[in-house]
Ligand binder design. Structure first.
Ligand code: CA
Length: 232
């Protein structure tokens, strides 16, 4: 299962080297590109399973690379960016990136992100047979037809907004969703004031979930960015 092909698009030699050395130790296959134009071409010709994409590339903005690739591919894209570029990260996620790594990152962090992405790909391929009716993640179970949510055998009583939030996160399990994206999906607009509402609804939802989840955290907070449901 490690024979996964990863495309690394990164112009910085030292970081590219760190990434490829790490991938080698884990028996991942990889290809590298040093700029956006080459990266887009490599994505088309090698059909990688995952793309690691630096946002600051010499020839074009990493976000434009994502936009171009998203025209024809749903390949998971993990962006790599400096800490000071939070707004770039959000833009990247809003344009279809799946996850992000912040420079400087550790080798363990990189591998953890790849495992998350791999698990998501695996669960997506195993779920294609029974898409829709019921979502299960650990002890959490959403029955979309009945509109019910259970943790173990206990039903959670959610408000309509909490339920919509939970379903949205479940549909995108493993993926970081930005505040903006969530607000647009739930309320249909992106008013600044809705961020406060989102935080409140998310807090009550998590409280209900966590109370019955035995220390398992289904929803991760990404400060300044958004939320993700973790595949447990
Ligand atoms: Ca760079």
């Amino acid at each position: 299962m490690n024979k996964f092909l990863i495309l690394v698009i990164e112009d910085d030699y030292a970081i590219r080297n760190l990434i490829t050395t790490t991938l080698e130790t884990q028996n991942y296959k990889f290809r590298t590109s040093e700029n956006g134009t080459e990266g887009i071409m490599a994505a088309a010709s090698y059909q990688p399973d995952v793309i690691l994409l630096d946002l600051g590339l010499p020839d074009m903005d990493g976000v434009d690379v994502i936009r171009k690739i998203r025209l024809w591919s749903n390949v998971p894209i993990i962006v790599i960016s400096a800490r000071s570029e939070d707004s770039d990260k959000i833009e990247a996620l809003d344009n279809g990136a799946d996850d992000y790594l912040t420079k400087p990152f550790s080798v363990d962090e990189l591998l953890a992100r790849l495992r998350v992405t791999k698990r998501r790909l695996l669960s997506m391929s195993s779920e294609t047979g029974n898409q829709g009716a019921v979502f299960e993640n650990g002890a959490l179970k959403i029955d979309y037809l009945a509109g019910t949510v259970f943790v173990e055998t206990e039903e959670l009583h959610l408000t309509p907004i909490e339920y919509k939030l939970l379903c949205l996160l479940a549909h995108n399990v493993g993926k970081v969703l930005t505040h903006n994206y969530i607000i647009k999906e739930i309320w249909g607009n992106s008013m600044e004031s809705d961020l406060a509402s989102l935080r409140v609804f998310m807090a009550t939802l998590r409280k209900k979930l966590d109370k019955r989840s035995d220390g398992i955290q289904y929803i991760q907070t990404h400060i300044g960015i958004g939320y993700r449901m973790v595949r447990v």
